[in-house]
Design a protein around this ligand. Sequence first.
Ligand code: GLP
Length: 212
Amino acid sequence: MLGLPAGRTPVETYTEIRRLHAAGEADFSQATAFLLDEFVGLDSSHAGSFRRFLTEHLLSGINLDPNQTYSLNGVAAELDLECERYEETIAATGGLDLLLLGIGVNGHIGFNEPGDTLAARTHRVALLEATRKDNAGPFGGDPSRVPHAALSIGMGTILRAETIVLLATGERKASAVAGMLRGPVTTTLPASFLQLHRRVEVYLDRAAAAAL
Ligand code: GLP
């Protein structure tokens, strides 16, 4: 059971996984995967959709069964129901064994945005301006075209994963990385909750580690 993120950070990792699969060194025939989040209002054909992103960068090059690859439906008629269904499916398949994460510049993981509170379960999120700006790439670079809302697995869903691997690169992530590893555990920096998890591996380049 894998949990997989979108974003620029894991692109090279996904390329390497595809290479390993092509070389006969990685087999996903028995694996099940869950995407962490999705924009509200986009179906999987939209250039900004995380499902499409993952299909292009990973699924198209490995033997993970599309029927065993779950993602949140951002165009579901009943979004709350969609979130409930997703949470139940993750639980029914035994929970996440390996969860790969990136981190937002503001310390979000999945789309769990900083705030006064955090949601434990899969839920609907109002995206912050900074996040919409940061995700503008597939929307022609125009933040106003980025949806205002998303669906995301929750902090409890994340913290119940057996093993978490977080990747961060570039100086833009340095402050969030320092807060995540050295700061207090706080809802204003959701990734700081990973300090409570017993098995987290963090992989950084020098720039992302610069504020440690
Ligand atoms: C996005 C996604 C996250 C991702 C993060 C960083 O908004 N919801 O899953 O880890 O922000 O993205 P990037 O890797 O492009 O910097």
